[in-house]
Design a protein around this ligand. Sequence first.
Ligand SMILES: C[S@@+](CC[C@H](N)C(=O)[O-])C[C@H]1O[C@@H](n2cnc3c(N)ncnc32)[C@H](O)[C@@H]1O
Length: 307
Amino acid sequence: MAASSFCLQRFFHGGGLGSRGTTNEALCALVRRQSSLSSRHYCSKRVAACAAAAAKHRIYLRSPDLVASEYAELNLPHQVSEELGHIRIRQHVNPLSACFSMPVEVPDWNEVFRDPTLPLMVDIGSGSGRFLIWLAKRHPEVRNYLGLEIRQKLVNRADFWVKELALDNVHFLFANAMVSFNQLVSTYPGPLVLVSILCPDPHFKKRHHKRRVVQKPLVDSIIHNLMPGGQIFIQSDVLEVALDMRYQFDAEGDVLHHMDALDQSVLCDQEGWLLSSPMGIRTEREIHAEFEGARIYRRMYQKRIYN
Ligand SMILES: C[S@@+](CC[C@H](N)C(=O)[O-])C[C@H]1O[C@@H](n2cnc3c(N)ncnc32)[C@H](O)[C@@H]1O
């Protein structure tokens, strides 16, 4: 994931040079001073506060700074242990390669979660894990959260953060969701209430489309394992990828409703994309993409209660 850089001084005032090299900590401190946030408008207020603070203090803002400020309340340590090492993010991995073909061993859910009977949310392609950790911290004792991520180093670091924060309702597994999702969720003792697939790797080349995580077997498995009334949230900053996912879930109209058909407060544009995210915080990829001016295409489905 390339980090974007953006001169807010130029953005807000049409010219001039900002001072480079301001640390995330300083920026976060500025944001904290200037923002008192309600959870409903958490993202937009925090970002607006961050942007305003940066503009006022003539700071060059980069999208990692926004990630740091948006997740500042987690206080995640920047320095992780030496054995975790530096995490270099390779653009994409190939989930079809032989090294990712083995199903992951199912954990003892009693060891993984304090109460393994709680409703479960699964985030497929959980990336750094900050998003799920934020949800887990904000909603303790309501749900368990499971992140499936194909890059081991990201899982190691997310595990480290979970231990640091002493959270017992969130867990990350190094797993190829295309191979292991069904086995994992079908053995979980509680109900599966929410599956999110947020900004999955796009694999743009046509001959690589089969590497995209949302394929028919995964769709079938999600629907099969989801409890009646359970939900699926998908989003992408790449329209082609969003459409690809959407076609597959829209095609399951006999088992899935789109949320706007059930709840009038859920608003969509004319094409049926959600106008806002229901999650209360943006994922990292979402922050980077919006920073670069991209739009996020979102859909949210609910499994029918009576067929
Ligand atoms: C573009 S990143 C998005 C991360 C996060 N969801 C976000 O929105 O910031 C996609 C993530 O999905 C992971 N991924 C790709 N294919 C996967 C698979 N088959 N199973 C599990 N994770 C996968 C990648 O390693 C990467 O971390």
